[in-house]
Design a protein around this ligand. Structure first.
Ligand SMILES: NC(=O)c1ccc[n+]([C@@H]2O[C@H](COP(=O)([O-])OP(=O)(O)OC[C@H]3O[C@@H](n4cnc5c(N)ncnc54)[C@H](OP(=O)(O)O)[C@@H]3O)[C@@H](O)[C@H]2O)c1
Ligand SMILES: *[C@@H]1O[C@H](CO)[C@@H](O)[C@H](O)[C@H]1NC(C)=O
Length: 336
């Protein structure tokens, strides 16, 4: 009997050792050299408001040159002035371009070419321009599905296409896609929005595999609810179900979210999340995502099953919220 236990134990140990060895062999490919933002050219789409503006401020504080991209010119100008206050040397520049990221790939190539002539090749692109809509699947106009996909997904494709060739030539660069926790889990009211944010993940994984040999690192950020003008706007028409479900986590400040995103992007981490919920979701959804560090992989291997278990309680509570809302609505319709 005892020899069987011994055999099983040594087989177990051998497996763990082989696994660690494999990870060790993969590690030189895994951890890139951190990018220095001092003097770097950072392009932030959606940089005139909310999380994007905070990302621009954070990079500017670390000595970067910034190109802001958004549509509304007066808001761009206000943001430019605000960011310029944080300069750490008198060479730093904030350049603002008014363009709709979702309209035309050629448009984006043209404006980013201009930006690179002004401030040099792009070292980091942050795809943060985005918008959301909350509503039941059948109540949302089908044009909203197209519009959201155009801004959140295609806008990121167009901007990235405009910089990736130069990054490959220079064999350096960082590309950030700002997804959302709604890009890790689909929740009531977000059928249109979630799809666009899940799409960014697929794009990022495939692109990362293509550009990794060129020393380019892709980051997908999954922010939680964050106190921004965009969030305030969406909250005005939020469904009761969505409100009750999102009450299970708190609202973050954009500066905090931005600091985490910039830190992770500089380090070349594939997934960037904020807070305990964010950590859990990112481990749970790590799937076949690129390896950023051995510690991260080990955490996922150990914690994934446990987090799936914890997650069951969240799902059950969300389902019960949705059910209760339906029952209440039907009751109030009967009494009317
Ligand atoms: N706030 C949250 O709770 C939260 C949570 C998770 C993920 N996110 C994501 O984080 C990103 C930023 O969100 P936020 O809340 O900071 O948004 P926000 O305050 O509404 O800012 C959005 C920014 O994107 C720009 N933009 C929107 N559509 C554009 C277009 N078609 N072309 C060019 N620029 C465009 C806006 O400027 P113009 O309108 O002038 O173009 C603005 O600068 C979004 O992708 C959002 O989905 C937000
Ligand atoms: C642009 O932004 C300004 C300042 O935030 C706002 O007053 C104006 O209504 C916006 N313009 C459009 C077309 O949305």
């Amino acid at each position: 009997m005892s020899w069987m236990v011994l055999l099983a134990a040594s087989a177990g140990i051998a497996l763990v050792v082989a696994f660690l060895l494999l990870l060790y062999l993969a590690s030189p490919l895994a951890s890139p050299k951190p990018l220095s933002l001092s003097g770097a050219h950072v392009v932030v789409t959606g940089g005139s408001s909310g999380i994007g503006k905070s990302i621009a401020v954070e990079c500017f504080k670390q000595g970067a040159f910034i190109t802001l991209i958004a549509r509304n010119e007066s808001r761009l100008l206000e943001a430019k002035k605000e960011i310029e206050k944080y300069s750490i040397n008198d060479k730093q520049v904030v350049h603002a371009i008014s363009v709709d990221v979702s309209k035309d790939c050629a448009d984006m190539e043209r404006v980013l070419k201009q930006a690179q002539e002004k401030l040099g090749p792009v070292d980091m692109l942050v795809n943060c321009a985005g918008t959301s809509v909350n509503g039941k699947f059948e109540d949302l106009e089908s044009s909203r599905f197209e519009q959201l996909m155009a801004i959140n997904y295609l806008g990121s494709v167009y901007s990235t296409r405009a910089v990736v060739a130069t990054m490959k030539e220079r064999r350096m660069g960082r590309i950030v896609f700002v997804s959302s926790q709604a890009g890790q889990v689909g929740l009531f009211g977000y059928s249109a929005y979630s799809a666009t944010k899940f799409a960014l993940r697929g794009l990022a994984e495939a692109l990362q595999m293509e550009v990794k040999p060129y020393n380019i690192y892709v980051t997908v950020a999954y922010p939680p609810d964050t106190d921004t003008p965009g969030f305030a706007e969406e909250s005005k028409t939020k469904l009761l179900e969505t409100k009750l479900i999102s009450e299970s986590s708190s609202v973050c400040q954009p500066d905090h979210v931005a600091r985490v995103i910039v830190k992770d992007a500089v380090q070349g981490k594939f997934s960037s999340s904020v807070g305990t919920d964010g950590y859990m979701l990112t481990i749970l959804t790590s799937g076949m995502s690129p390896i950023s560090s051995i510690a991260e992989v080990l955490e996922a291997v150990i914690l994934m099953g446990f987090f799936r278990f914890i997650g069951l309680f969240y799902i059950a509570s969300f389902d019960s919220i949705v059910h209760r809302c339906m029952v209440q609505k039907e009751k109030s319709e009967k009494t009317d």
